[in-house]
Design a protein around this ligand. Structure first.
Ligand SMILES: [Zn+2]
Length: 106
C-alpha cells in the first residue's frame, strides 16, 4: 500500500524499488533486441552480397552482440532509476503528481 505523497498528499505513487528492477529488465531487453537486430540486419546484406559466406557465424555473433547489448542496456536502465532514488534507507517512492521522490521506513 502506497503512502500519500509528503508534498502534495497525492496517492498516485510508484514504488521505485520495483521500477528499478523493471528498468533493468526493460533496459536489458531493449539493448538485446537492438543489438541482435543490428547484427541480423548485417546478415541479410552479407548473404545477398556473397553466397559463399556462412550465415551461421553471423547468427552466433548476433547472439553475442545481443547478450552484450543486454548488459549495456541493463546498466543504462539501472543508472536511470538510480538517478531518481533518494539517498537513505526505507522503501523509495516516486509521486506521479508532483515528481517528489522520498523514502518511507518500514
Ligand atoms: Zn506529490
Amino acid at each position: 500500500m502506497a503512502p500519500p505523497c509528503m508534498r502534495c498528499h497525492s496517492r498516485h505513487l510508484i514504488n521505485l524499488e520495483s521500477a528499478h528492477k523493471l528498468g533493468i529488465a526493460a533496459g536489458a531487453l531493449a539493448g538485446s533486441l537492438k543489438s541482435a537486430y543490428g547484427s541480423l540486419y548485417d546478415v541479410r546484406t552479407l548473404t545477398v552480397a556473397s553466397s559463399t559466406h556462412l550465415p551461421l557465424s553471423r547468427v552466433a555473433s548476433a547472439v553475442i552482440a545481443g547478450a552484450s547489448g543486454g548488459i549495456a542496456g541493463a546498466a543504462a536502465g539501472n543508472q536511470m532509476v538510480r538517478h531518481l532514488l533518494p539517498p537513505g534507507d526505507g522503501t523509495p517512492w516516486l509521486c506521479l503528481g508532483c515528481g517528489h521522490a522520498f523514502r518511507v521506513l518500514a
